[in-house]
Design a protein. Structure first.
Length: 365
């Protein structure tokens, strides 16, 4: 139980596939979870479960610099763990086993052949496995065979991490479920993408291919839609939502979309590693703000979709308006003017809602 500033207790626990988490937030696989020390730091920050950096059988070739952070996105060419399987097996994971007090999801990649080596050696450390499908294409038969290989070597839950380039998330979910997976992690970073430096007229932060992966708030809406799409089709299939989380509000959005748990990494790269603790501490107050008493209530509530096709002219709250003129500048229908105050031409207004979403002081409703 967590409590808000007034001492009101809130139940933040989530349960799926025999895993019990004290709260729904966990790290996503990436640089912040790259060894035992980093994972134990996040345990102290209060995350609900631990997730390792993706472990594979080959050494990655990582360019430097390899991570670029902007206002609402991260570009990363790190690939997978820079540490060997032997380092994880003989050092990091044994150290973690002595001190961990919550579930650990071991991230692995990528091929069927990799799984034949990785799973038998890592199974004793794992409460569950997350499997990255980056770099293996979109052939569902190939991915399904990878799942079958993992299932032959473990009874632990298997969560396949879906890449945004998969044509049909629901078909992907059905295929991996039939092969033995317990759920999905949705979604992985978006790519290929590219960072260009105009000053030097060169590609930055990338290997020889020139391409990197993009994550962070910029992909949140795609991630939410993917989670929702899968859970609408397969409500009893576990989905861990990831992509663009940076606040307690974002966590609730993923839960309302159907997520059973939520991961975050890029948000911490952009706003600081203490963001996990800050979000978890704010969850009780955020639940109360939106009328919930527990995480379970959020998950059971689901989403409404009240659609209307009749245009509605926005209403101005005059005492809030600062006359910044932004709504006039952005209106694509030329329906807003600034006279003594903001006015709307009801004949021109299409009711698109852009001005409402752009107003920095919420003076339009």
């Amino acid at each position: 139980m967590e409590q808000d500033e007034r001492g009101i207790k809130m139940n933040l626990k989530v349960k799926f596939d025999n895993l019990v988490l004290d709260n729904p937030l966990m790290p996503a696989s990436g640089p912040i979870v790259g060894d035992a020390k980093k994972l134990l730091f996040l345990q102290n920050e209060g995350v609900g479960a631990l997730v390792t950096k993706t472990i594979s059988t080959k050494e990655p070739h990582i360019p430097r610099p390899c991570i670029y952070g902007d206002k609402d996105y991260v570009m990363n060419s790190e690939l997978w763990s820079e540490h060997s399987l032997e380092k994880w097996e003989n050092e990091f994971l044994p150290e973690l086993m002595k001190l961990k007090d919550r579930p650990i999801i071991i991230s692995v990649g990528y091929t069927k052949e990799d799984m034949e080596i990785l799973i038998p050696r890592l199974d004793k450390f794992a409460d569950a496995f997350e499997v990255s499908t980056h770099y293996v294409g979109t052939d569902l038969s190939v991915i399904s065979n990878t799942v079958k290989t993992i299932r032959k070597n473990t009874t632990k839950p298997i969560y396949m991490k879906i890449s945004p380039h998969i044509p049909s998330p629901v078909d992907f979910a059905k295929a991996v479920r039939a092969a033995g997976a317990n759920g999905l992690v949705a979604i992985n970073s978006l790519g290929p993408t590219m960072k260009i430096d105009l000053a030097t007229k060169s590609i930055k932060y990338a290997p020889e291919s020139g391409f990197v992966w993009t994550s962070g708030p910029v992909i949140k809406n795609l991630a939410l839609a993917t989670v929702y799409n899968i859970k609408q089709a397969m409500p009893d299939f576990t989905v861990i939502g990831v992509g663009g989380v940076k606040s307690a509000d974002d966590v609730l959005e993923f839960l309302l979309a159907g997520a059973d748990g939520v991961q975050m990494l890029s948000g911490a790269l952009l706003k600081g590693k203490d963001l996990y603790k800050r979000i978890i501490e704010k969850l009780p107050k955020t639940l109360e703000k939106y009328g919930f008493n527990s995480i379970e209530e959020v998950q059971k509530h689901g989403l409404r979709n009240p659609v209307t096709y009749e245009p509605r002219v926005p209403v101005l709250i005059e005492e809030k308006c600062t006359k910044c003129n932004l709504c006039v500048k952005v209106c694509p229908y030329f329906a807003i003017e600034m006279k003594d105050k903001i006015t709307f031409d009801s004949d021109l207004c299409f009711g698109c809602g852009l001005c409402i979403s752009k107003c920095p002081v919420e003076a339009l409703v």
